[in-house]
Design a protein around this ligand. Sequence first.
Ligand code: ADP
Ligand code: MG
Length: 932
Amino acid sequence: MRRRRLQRQPTHAGGAAVDGGESLALPELLRRLRTDAHTGLDPHEARARLLRDGPNELPASTGAVGWRLLWDQIRSFMTLLLLGAGALAWGLGEVADALAILAIVVLNVLLGFVQEHRAEQAIRALAQWRAPKARVVRGGQVVEVPAGELVVGDLLLVEAGDRIPADARLLEAYALQVEESALSGESAPVPKVVVPMPAPDETGPGRAGHVLFAGTTAVAGSGRAVVIRTGAHSELGRIAAMVSEAPRPDSPLQHALDHLARRLVAVCVLAVTVVFAVGVAQGQPWYGMLLVSISLAVAAIPEGLPAAITAALALGVQRMSRRRAVVRQLSAIETLGCATVICSDKTGTLTLNEMTVVRIEGPWGAVEISGQGFSPSGGFFADGQAVDPLGRPVLARLLRAGVLCGHGDVAHRSGRWVAVGDPTEAALVCAARKAGLEPSRLRGRYRVLAEAPFEAGRRRMSVGVASEVPGVAEVMAKGAPDAILAACARWQGTAGEQRMGRAERARIVQRAEHLAADGLRVLAVAARRAAVTDLPDPRSSPEVLAAALERDLTFLGLVALRDPPRPDVAAAIERARRAHVRTVMVTGDHPATARAVAAAIGLAREDEPVLIGREMERMSDEELEGQLGRCRLFARVPPDQKRRLVQLLRQEGHVVAMTGDGINDAPALKEADIGVAMGIAGTDVARQAASLVLLDDNYATIVDAIEEGRAIYDNIRRFVRYLLACNTGEMLTMLGASLLGLPVPLTALQILWVNLVTDGLPALALGLLPPARGVMQRPPRSRQEGLLARGAGEEIVAQGTVIGMSTLLVFAATLALGGSQAQARTAAFASLVLLQLVYALKMGYDAGRHGLPPPVLAGSVLISAGLLGAVVAWPALQPLFGTTPLPAGVWALVAAGSVGVAAMQSLGDWGGARASRLVARLIPALSRGRAS
Ligand code: ADP
Ligand code: MG
């Protein structure tokens, strides 16, 4: 026999492949992989293979990108312009100027590069956020491992909604369908089947129906497969090595800014031309004027703004991920700030998803079950007396069905019992364990022959399993009570099976309502015996499987699960309410459960109306729209109605955040302005369709993300206003002087320096401000609103004018008082810088949390002020910047200018606030006066 051969890549990029993974006969493949088709790899062996082969990850390609970014910076138009200016200076023998310009170019390029690089990194992190977990069987136990830790030979469990984490050969498949468009370009789902002895040409995506490929997505059914290739050796790895970089997704904000910047360029070029022409006409040396004009153009054109916005958004990505929200699209950050409605799932988002079965009842009686969370310790009680559940045949049958009709389990992880797989199913397994049933033994004994998987539209699932009696199978089903009852023809009591009459049906429905009204989630369980030959072919479509299995069932009982509300949700709902963001519950669960939970978390009153999916289906769009304003609770909502809800809300002008977890939720998530998927409980399909992923599945995290979204937009608005006002100020200083026939007030290097340091540093700091106290106490901003809306445009013009005119005034006054030209320039330079810093502080104050400017801002202002002092007072720098020591009188003038402006501003604000309050008080008085 040939020895098993593993190919390995010498680099970091992990992974391995087994020879003949797609073509060998299954028994031979399993032998070669040294793995077991039922118990999987031993955990120790898995760890050893991981160490040997490296992680199941694709090699990251970052190095080249860094250089590309740097090159982009260097060859940008502004850099080239500056380099041209430097060359000019050099050619004219102004070596010091040339070197200084070169230094500034280097600094500029580096700063730009750092910003772009950080942005790129953050965006990359978004793109790489992929299937984080895989379910495998190791040592006979179902465990969830990070997808990166999969090794060749692992036994992989796959369900509809999973993204396939590695290439794997199927051992079992139930109506499994996989979407392989990522690899083959073909978007129709491919049915997947077990082929024990494949033909030699059945290999590769599109042809190998018996192989699962990494990067594709299971869209229906379930299966079990053995991993044959991981990491760079997978089909995806081979393709990834070939395809080039995906283009970077831009946000609308960036587009808007590009547009704005382009318009500003026109204005700047015009102004710069005037400055140059007037200067030359006045008899200034043309090369000096050219240098000044180029510097002015470089300083005034906000070409770095789009990059700065990207950096701010990227920073937002980081800040949000610290608050457990992963942003998958940059634009989501902007949109979050506009959100007006959150449509939230109940289970897992508003509640903990720590399902515990507390009661099981049926026509045979009722039992209460003790215990906490997913810990499998607890007992069964009837009328306060401990009972043996396995001694009651119907209950025992029900518990067994609860295990076999599902894929969940509970596991002990780092000192805690947690759910593996779907929490509802884990809870059922947990109850069975409390009764003494061992899930893995049960699943080994009763093999699943066919399965109709859970689907939110049908609200039920079923399996057909082999029983102990040869040739006899048992069909088991569980789901929402009405969905299960619809497929039931009989019920089982202590005295055997009976026909299900209308009275019995009504009684069961009433009991389910009763339990749901206590906030419990209620499932019904049913079963029937059948001949193995009567079971449907497991390869049939899900519809065929469901139709064949889910009929003629015998009702066994109702299972009631408790799922406590999340402790921080009530406060978060209140926070959203104050921020004028409406919270709407959209659940697939029972209306009574929905209402009880909503009341418990302060979302709605006890008697709040609940709109049910079936009613929604009957309503016309107009009717439903009429309900939207009043109704906050939507229950038994199938995925297509979720999507309709989003559509209608958006038509009404709402900006909608919608949560979802299932495959069927993907269209609603795409339709929503902000699709929100669950990081823990959701399917990979939902995560791919979403623009925001909650790492903790918590509703409160959405509200946090909205707060961050608002704060980040505020910051962006703030630094855009600041930068543009400062640029306007510089421009007006130069333009004003040349129109007034004054000498040139600022040297080329001074202008470049101001551009780099004094308006650069505080602008960066303004982009970093934490959320202001009031951000969640005002309505969301309108989405149509531009960056310059709400007075920002006026403010830029007003502030720019104040800065420009004051600087000019100080310049002219120094000259008029007999100061030298150098002194006047120094004074103008100092006052320009100080005015900008005062403006930055004022902005920080307005954003204020504590009345004092935030530390980042105060720090950057202090640094800028210190650098100003150095440029003015340090003899080594003076010749370079054309500065000179100022007499105390001139300093006093400079200081008076900035203090005066600051005082006028605060006075203006104070007066403005007074006036508006006065008006607010007067107007009602006036209207009252008119009414009487
Ligand atoms: P939600 O998560 O909003 O409560 P779902 O759409 O996930 O709603 O589920 C809808 C209904 O389907 C649930 O109320 C429950 O009755 C039933 N259900 C949920 N999970 C399962 C499952 N794994 N198997 C069978 N039925 C289920
Ligand atoms: Mg659910």
